[in-house]
Ligand binder design. Structure first.
Ligand code: ADP
Length: 613
């Protein structure tokens, strides 16, 4: 935050207000005081002049009324003597005029000859002589430029009946105004001093307010930076002190709230990053503001690239959805993010973040990986479809044969046994199918017990091949490539018999007339296992189908295998069983030349030792 400039500061405002107040007060007092004083001084001046004029009038009257002869002085000389005594600094000139307007004398030594004996034309004097009026006038002296007061007073006889002359007096008022000036300058100095003191006091007073305030400002700035350890100093118990106290309380409460929020935030972020579901949060415009690690992994994006991006773009649903439609429908979406390497199906559940007022603040999308579930669902659907199909085909066949029989074919000695034979074959196939399904279902529910015992695999395998050799109907040659010594393997005889039955019967089914089936067992010392292989010279399996033949119901050539009575479950069961014995099973083939089925089984150590001993 910017520092408050001096011209905007409370300091200056305080000082200005104080100074202005004092100035106005001093001005009002000054105007009143000075005008009163001026009046008073002028009154005093007038009074003193009046007194002097009265005295002078009396003296002059005496002189005028005096009896004169040759021995006495002339009236002019007497008056000059009287006027000589009237030497006071503020009286500039006194003239005495007789009732004929003739100047009898003047106190001005330089004007004696020029003025005495002359008639005067001064209006004030004339008025005094004519009507006996005392009059005064303020004027500016033409020579000196001083302010002067001119007084014309009549001189009357003792009985006050006749006007025998007049006195003209000119007195300087500069003394009065000098005094006024002095008082004014004292007053100005006093005002200046008062203003200076007020300014200083204003600064000090402003400081008592601004110091705690700037302290609080500093603290507020620190708080904004996340530092709550600072405290405001409390200088007193006045309103500002109480404000500072409240501020400190507020700081403490904010610190507590911040700690709680921070704790909650950490908890939330730890929950978000440790949960397996992906979480995306948006602002009210649908732009991503939060995304957790699992969501980044699922969408295979980096945080920097998706933050602030519209969620519909991030979820790649721009063509089908808008943010508004997500908000209004809040439906659950199934998104396919599968790549060539990895299948990935996500379920996106949307919920809105809403304020109490109903204002929508954003959207939370939770991404749940449902690839496995989808796969299972898909498999289940396929399985049900396959089973229904597998059962429907023989049942339809049977129905048409039975219908034919019912419609009279039973009477035909040649056709009837054939038709019954077909229905019997189909029934047996269905029984086989249902048995195979039951077995797989048991293995799926892990409700399956193995009755494992240590068996010499070479002898065990030999016995099974013998059985096939004895019962075989077609012309195929059996070649055995078996080790001379016994190899001990821990296995459930029934289950592995079933495995070998399935593989060998396939080999025989797909072998051409006169083909060779080779049975071999290899001991792999390093891997501590046996590698069993059964190879034929039959139709072979296309490369693309090699891995799929172990899937349930998978058949390379559906029509042909069904004709051969297969259920499509033989190799699937074999795989389950071999895996349950900790072995592996796979196939290799050359189309048209033959197929080789391999499987491994671990060798039992102890039995081998026993055998060698
Ligand atoms: P089925 O009961 O139909 O034989 P299997 O699970 O045993 O089912 O075999 C699955 C499919 O694998 C067969 O339908 C067949 O197409 C193919 N197959 C299995 N063994 C051989 C083999 N020896 N030669 C050629 N194809 C084979």
């Amino acid at each position: 935050m910017k520092k408050v400039g001096f011209f905007r500061s409370i300091h200056l405002k305080f000082v200005l207000i104080y100074v202005l107040l004092i100035l106005i007060a001093m001005q009002i007092i000054g105007v009143y005081f000075v005008s009163k004083l001026e009046k008073q001084l002028i009154n005093n001046f007038s009074d003193s002049l009046d007194e002097r004029i009265t005295l002078l009038t009396y003296s002059i009257e005496q002189e005028i009324m005096k009896q004169r002869d040759d021995t006495t002085l002339t009236i002019e000389e007497d008056i000059r003597n009287v006027l000589q005594d009237v030497t006071m600094e503020d009286i500039l000139e006194v003239r005495v005029i007789n009732n004929k307007s003739k100047v009898l004398g003047t106190s001005d030594p330089y004007n004696q000859t020029r003025m005495v004996g002359k008639r005067t034309t001064d209006l004030l004097i004339k008025r005094a002589l004519a009507v006996g009026r005392y009059s005064e006038d303020d004027a500016i002296d033409r020579n000196t430029g001083d302010r002067v007061r001119i007084i014309a007073a009549p001189i009357k006889t003792n009985s006050q009946e006749n006007i025998i002359g007049a006195i003209y007096m000119k007195a300087s008022m500069e003394n009065v105004y000098d005094q006024m000036r002095q008082i004014n300058s004292i007053f100005t100095a006093g005002t200046t001093l008062a203003l200076a003191v007020t300014a200083v006091l204003g600064v000090l007073l402003a400081q008592t307010i601004t110091r705690p305030m700037s302290d609080m400002r500093k603290q507020a700035l620190e708080m904004a930076r996340g530092n709550f350890s600072r405290k405001v100093n409390i200088y007193g118990n006045d309103e500002i002190g109480q404000l500072a106290l409240s501020f400190n309380n507020l700081t403490r409460k904010l610190q507590e709230a911040q700690a709680t929020t921070e704790g909650e935030r950490r908890k939330l972020s730890s929950v978000l990053s440790h949960m397996t579901d992906g979480v995306i949060a948006t602002d009210r415009k649908g732009r991503v503001i939060l995304i957790n690690e699992p969501a980044l992994g699922m969408l295979n994006v980096s945080r920097e690239t998706v933050l602030q991006k519209p969620i519909v773009e991030v979820l790649d649903i721009v063509e089908t959805h808008t943010f508004d439609s997500l908000v209004s429908e809040q439906e659950t979406l199934i998104l396919d993010f599968s790549t060539e390497k990895k299948p990935l199906i996500l379920r996106a559940s949307n919920s809105i973040i809403q304020k109490e007022t109903g204002f929508i603040n954003g959207l939370i999308t939770v991404l749940h990986d449902i690839t496995e579930q989808e796969k299972i669902d898909q498999e289940r659907r396929e399985f049900v479809a396959n089973v229904s199909h597998e059962l429907r085909t023989p049942l339809t066949t049977m129905r048409s044969y039975l219908e034919a029989l019912a419609e009279g074919a039973w009477k035909d000695d040649e056709i009837a046994p054939k038709f019954l034979d077909v229905t019997q074959t189909e029934t047996e196939r269905m029984i086989r199918l249902v048995n195979d399904l039951l077995q797989l279902s048991k293995m799926d529910t892990r409700d399956y017990r193995f009755n494992k015992i240590s068996v010499d695999f070479v002898e065990f395998f030999d016995r099974i091949i013998d059985r096939f050799e004895l019962s075989k109907s077609q012309k195929v040659t059996f070649v055995r490539d078996l080790p001379a010594e016994a190899v001990w393997v821990s296995l459930d005889e029934d289950k592995i018999t079933q495995v070998l039955d399935n593989i060998i019967s396939n080999a025989m089914k797909y072998s051409p007339e006169g083909g060779t089936i080779t049975f071999s067992v290899h001991i792999e010392e390093t891997a501590k296992q046996i590698l069993v292989s059964i190879s034929d010279q039959g139709v072979g399996i296309p490369k693309a189908d090699l891995s799929k033949v172990f899937d349930r119901f998978y058949r390379v050539d559906k029509a042909r295998t069904r004709m051969l009575g297969g259920t499509g479950l033989g190799l699937a069961i074999a795989k389950e069983m071999i895996n349950a014995h900790n072995g592996d099973i796979w196939a290799s083939s050359q189309e048209g030349k033959g197929t080789k089925i391999f499987f491994t089984l671990p060798i039992t150590q102890e039995e081998q030792k026993d055998d060698w001993s």
